[in-house]
Design a binder for this molecule. Structure first.
Ligand code: C5P
Length: 140
């Protein structure tokens, strides 16, 4: 009897942003109750919609989630995460943004914290996000 080959997983493209303040701290957001991975701390961002570039997606997500404005030219790609969850494979580019307008506010009931990259290890992060921390420690 031959076994079925494993089904290819759905590919999900999420873009994340390390928002950096004048002090070199990075903003992390806690996933609210009711969402998958609730309680974990992540970089702000979200799913790329059809027709959007990753940068357009981040400008929109930062506006919707945090009420701040930035420009695509203010987003610098740093690295990307590639993680296989049970039901999908996540590809997640990480951008760095040091120039934005307004003060981030939790627009979606998420808790927010400004932390130094080395302090991020004290916060539980999704398995896709945690491997990105060393890149920020090296950069900042
Ligand atoms: O944020 P959203 O729920 O749309 O993201 C879809 C999935 O991508 C999450 O359930 C989570 O598994 C994964 N994700 C992640 N790290 C992030 C954002 C999303 O691992 N920073």
């Amino acid at each position: 009897m031959t076994s079925e080959p494993p089904k290819p997983k759905r590919l999900l493209l999420v873009v994340a942003c390390a928002l950096v303040d004048a002090d070199g701290r990075v903003l992390i957001a806690q996933r609210p109750e009711g969402k998958q991975l609730a309680g974990m701390w992540e970089f702000p961002g979200g799913k790329v919609e059809p027709g959007e570039t990753p940068e357009d997606c981040l400008v929109r997500e930062l506006r919707e989630e945090l009420g701040i404005e930035t420009k695509t030219a203010c987003l610098a790609p740093l690295t990307f995460a590639s993680h296989s969850y049970d039901d999908f494979h996540l590809l997640m580019p990480l951008y760095v943004c040091r120039r934005f307008w307004g003060t981030p506010e939790p627009k979606e009931a998420q808790a927010l914290k400004w932390v130094r990259p080395k302090q991020m290890r004290d916060y539980p992060m999704p398995p896709a996000d945690a491997p990105l921390i060393p890149f920020l420690i090296d950069l900042l």
